[in-house]
Design a protein around this ligand. Sequence first.
Ligand SMILES: Cc1ncc(COP(=O)(O)O)c(C=O)c1O
Length: 404
Amino acid sequence: MSGMEMQRPRPTMPVEEHIARELERLRAQQRYRTLPETGARRGPYITVGGRELLNLSSNDYLGLGSDAEPLASWMAQVERGGADGRFAMTSSSSRLLTGNFPVGAELESTIAEAYDSGAALVFNSGYHANTGILPALSTRHDLILSDRLNHASIIDGLRIAEAEYRRYRHADYDHLEELLVSTVGKYRQVFIVTESVFSMDGDLADLRRLVDLKKRYGAMLIVDEAHGVGIYGQRGLGLCEALGVLEDIDILIGTFGKAFASTGAYAVMSGLFREYLVNTMRTLIFTTALPPMMLSWSLATFTRQLGMRPERECLLGLAVRLRETLGDAGFETPGESHIVPVVLGEDRTAVTMAAALREAGYHALPVRPPTVPENSARLRFSLRADLAVEQIDALASTMQSFRS
Ligand SMILES: Cc1ncc(COP(=O)(O)O)c(C=O)c1O
């Protein structure tokens, strides 16, 4: 039979019907999502549905994104104007064509200098970074070992890469070591990839142990610090800085969209890796570069946050306080970072408690499967440095009142 004559198999169900059923299933499981309409931000507050609520669901961990002062001083620069298209609203092209502006090079050299690393490379987002780096660096002769709770963008990077991959149990480094032992000599290169601060459990990777493993087994270590930069380390360079392991990390990824109140991402690495990624990384090459305006704002926020140690200490202090009070009230609050999850179990409990919190003036969204494992639906408080101790205490007593 020629190609022209071949019959495609008939779908058993038209796509619209399939989609309608899936949406119905999500509704029945309380997992149906909509895009919430949010309004003005004022410091740690956000307007949702016409009401101003305390925002406990944002990644603006340092409060930089809702502080008028940094924006005003940057706007003053914009008004004075800048050379070399510094404040252009579009790059109009990929970085490899005409979209590579001097402000990008300035941002990269500022980052590389702060980290005292060979080089830095900026990407359009953390999603672009994670779906681009592993597929570019690894080959089908390689193996990638990834923490089971790594972010969806890392999982998508694993799926795209030609390398084999295995997922080790979350933060179970004995399991990781077993995998390393069983694969010795079978691959050209083994990559280990982890987040530093896990965004759903608020816990921390044992980076010292990972560095030890990487050295003993000749693996490469890639650390996604999306939720670590700005918060950990004297200069906000992440948990790797705080633990003194920066120089042992082969690639460290930071994002601008969270504590740094901007958009985009960066990776610090050797000059050789940078050169290779510029030549091979599809999510860098085949996309329009970030607008110079955004890069210039990222430069301003990155530089500013280097000196925000008091805010970091305040934020981590608030997290300790909230965990302690909620723990005393009998809530399960895993982790140890500024992300404080309250694990409730059933989806419905998390949804109901989020609604009750909203009535009480708090914006704290429920997190449900598949984002987290089955039966571990939770509320997730993303704390921020511009919250007052009194606000944390009031939140804890509101939560306590739900128990009694
Ligand atoms: C750990 C982690 N990595 C990467 C990303 C993606 O970063 P971006 O929002 O810049 O795409 C996120 C969240 O969005 C994240 O939580």
